[in-house]
Design a binder for this molecule. Structure first.
Ligand code: FO1
Length: 324
């Protein structure tokens, strides 16, 4: 493992992270604490967004907002810490829909976002406003302001993402995925500008679920194209450690889709889009068949120090690739 400080040469250059919810937000937090203020842009998966109880809910964006502002619940990973659940209890008394838990404090985010979207404010602007109010010195953006929704094709039929993931606890067998609206959706202008910048230092694909969290974004042809043509190195951090997923149903889904649960599959999945893959140190001898440079380093992120260390290593690896 290198001891090189990340603040060496490219300190002033921005880094773009692509991320989903809980797992991705951990590395995003490490990057946030590693880079100088204002040097991190994060494009977040909008495929989990949905309308619930009349509100516009953006779970992955909120997970990133709460994580970077220090408001996230450290145990659940989603929602806010010090939460109370009076709204849910009252809703239950009325026989309302309670399978998706909205905490009292979290509710404010959904109400305010819904108000803004109804006032023709874009999702990007709503998120930028929340980030500013919460004192976050990073650009957090949805990958698109257009409607893009993940639909899971299961042995029980097609399920909207949250029905599959939360209501059905990711139990149905996955046969495939569809990203509704992705063909027509346009990446946000800010995201395209970031990718087109000659100053961009690196694109880091966080160890989020490739199928559920990253592919919805990559399913937009214009985003895939601009990542493929960006001047900066693109690296992915594998969500697989020793044949298992770091978090969530990634391994289960890969198995159900007939994909071996290996880092090689992750490299193959991202294909030409990536210039390097970060894998866990435990898998250092298992790089066979991966045809991009591999960096082996501990990828489990339990503490903030783990997150920062992985962030530093990912940036160092990207800088090394750029200098080749
Ligand atoms: N995940 C759950 O497993 N159960 C919930 O009731 C739940 C509520 C919830 C509310 C707001 C929010 O921002 C996220 C919430 N999540 C919940 C997490 C979320 O649905 C998923 O973890 C992500 O969509 C997957 O990245």
């Amino acid at each position: 493992m290198s001891e090189t400080a990340v603040t060496a040469d490219g300190a002033g250059q921005p880094v773009l992270a692509l991320c989903g919810g809980i797992g991705g937000a951990k590395l995003a937090l490490g990057l946030y604490h590693t880079l100088p203020p204002g040097r991190l842009a994060i494009a977040v998966n909008p495929g989990d967004d949905f309308e619930h109880l009349g509100l516009s809910v953006s779970p992955d964006l909120d997970t990133v907002l709460y994580t970077l502002s220090g408001l996230a619940d450290p145990v659940r990973g989603w929602g806010r810490k010090d939460e109370s659940w009076n709204f849910m209890a009252a809703l239950r008394e009325l026989g309302g829909e309670t399978w998706f838990q909205l905490g009292d404090r979290d509710l404010a985010m959904h109400v305010e976002r819904t108000r803004m979207l109804r006032a023709a404010i874009t999702l990007s602007q709503a998120v930028a406003s929340a980030a500013q109010e919460l004192g976050i010195a990073a650009q957090i953006m949805p990958a698109t302001d257009d409607r893009l929704r993940t639909v899971v094709l299961t042995d029980e039929g097609e399920l909207p993402f949250q029905s599959y993931f939360v209501e059905r606890r990711a139990a149905p067998r996955v046969r495939g995925l569809r990203y509704d609206g992705a063909e027509k959706a346009q990446p946000t202008p800010r995201l395209l500008e970031t990718l087109a910048s000659t100053k961009l230092r690196a694109v880091i694909i966080c160890p989020s679920n490739p199928y559920l969290s990253i592919d919805p974004m990559l399913a937009m042809p214009a985003l895939r194209e601009s990542i493929a043509h960006c001047a900066a190195p693109v690296i992915a951090v594998s969500p697989i450690v020793g044949g298992r997923a770091i978090k969530g149903p990634t391994a289960k889904i890969m198995t159900e889709l007939g994909v071996p649960v290996t880092n090689r599959s992750i490299a193959k999945h991202y294909g030409d889009l990536i210039d390097g893959l970060v894998v866990d140190f435990a898998d250092r001898r298992d790089a066979d068949g991966i045809d991009v440079p591999v960096c082996a380093t501990p990828t489990l992120m339990e503490s903030l120090a783990d997150r920062k260390r992985l962030a530093e290593e990912a940036i160092r690896f990207a800088d090394e690739i750029a200098s080749r």
